[in-house]
Structure formats: structure tokens, C-alpha cells
Design a protein around this ligand. Structure first.
Ligand code: HEC
Length: 126
């Protein structure tokens, strides 16, 4: 209907974020969390179907860049090993990775925008 043009635009942007996000994920994250997002035993937590991700979007946008330490419970399993963030990531790159991981492996969050990242980063100390 009326929103048609707009939604096509959004789809294009979504696709661009998603494709770029997948490349960045493979480059920066898949060593530990694996290409299939399942993580590695009790060492690296899964992103696939992660309830932590669903409940803590802002924290996830922060930890990609700034890292995280302390206990994190994902799908009932406790993990406690420091993750170093990738400090060189721009807000756009964080948004692209987030759009990828939040719309893969049964996550269905829709696009995560630069503005979402900027807002989240203001809360996590920068
Ligand atoms: C060197 C290994 C390593 C790399 C590289 C890494 N992580 Fe992590 N990640 C971890 C560990 C370990 C934890 C658990 C941290 C804790 O116990 O406090 C974690 C936690 C997480 C969590 C929260 C828990 C969950 O499973 O939902 C998310 C989301 C996440 N990482 C995403 C990413 C993304 C996206 C990247 C790439 C930008 C990335 N990680 C790169 C090791 C890594």
C-alpha cells in the first residue's frame, strides 16, 4: 500500500547491513562463537537462540566494542571468561554485525540501526 516504497527502501538497507554484518562477524567473532553461532562448549557462549541476546540488546551492542567480563548466563548455562571487545569497530559496523546476529539462528529482531548503537554506547561509558 502506501508504505510500499518505504518498506522497499528499508529492505535494501537491511540487506546491506546483513551482508556486511556477516562478513564482519566472520572476521571478528566467528573464531570464538563459530560460524554457526553455536559457540564452543562451556568456553564460548552460543549466539544461536541466545536468550541473553534477546533480553540484553543494549549490553550486546556495548560488549562488541568494549568487551565484557563476569558471569553471563545463556540459555541456562553459566559462562565466565572475559571477552575483549573489538574497539576499532565503528557504530555502523556494530549496527551491521548486530543486524546479522539478531536476524540469524532463529533471532528475528529486524534491523539494528546506527542510532540504536550510538544510544546504547552512551550508556556504557562512552
Ligand atoms: C576471543 C573470543 C571471542 C571473540 C573474538 C568474541 N567473543 Fe563474544 N564472548 C566471548 C566470551 C568468552 C563471552 C562470555 C563473556 C563472559 O563470560 O562474561 C562472550 C559473550 C558474548 C555475548 C553475550 C553472551 C551470548 O552468547 O549471548 C555476545 C552476544 C557476544 N559475545 C557476541 C560477540 C560478537 C558479535 C563478537 C564479534 C564482534 C564477539 N562476541 C567476539 C568470546 C569472544
Amino acid at each position: 500500500m502506501q508504505a510500499c516504497g518505504l518498506s522497499t527502501n528499508r529492505d535494501t538497507k537491511f540487506q546491506q547491513y546483513y551482508v556486511k554484518g556477516e562478513q564482519l562477524y566472520i572476521q571478528h567473532c566467528s573464531n570464538c562463537h563459530q560460524k554457526d553461532g553455536r559457540g564452543l562448549g562451556l568456553v564460548y557462549p552460543p549466539l544461536a537462540q541466545s536468550d541473553y541476546m534477546t533480553q540484553n540488546v543494549d549490553q550486546v551492542l556495548c560488549l562488541m566494542k568494549y568487551g565484557v567480563a563476569g558471569e553471563i548466563v545463556v540459555n541456562g548455562k553459566a559462562f565466565n571468561k572475559e571477552m575483549k571487545g573489538v574497539f576499532s569497530l565503528t557504530d555502523l559496523e556494530v549496527a551491521e554485525i548486530a543486524t546479522y546476529i539478531y536476524n540469524t539462528w532463529e533471532h528475528n529482531q529486524g534491523i539494528i540501526d546506527i542510532a540504536d548503537v550510538t544510544k546504547a554506547h552512551q550508556k556504557c561509558g562512552n
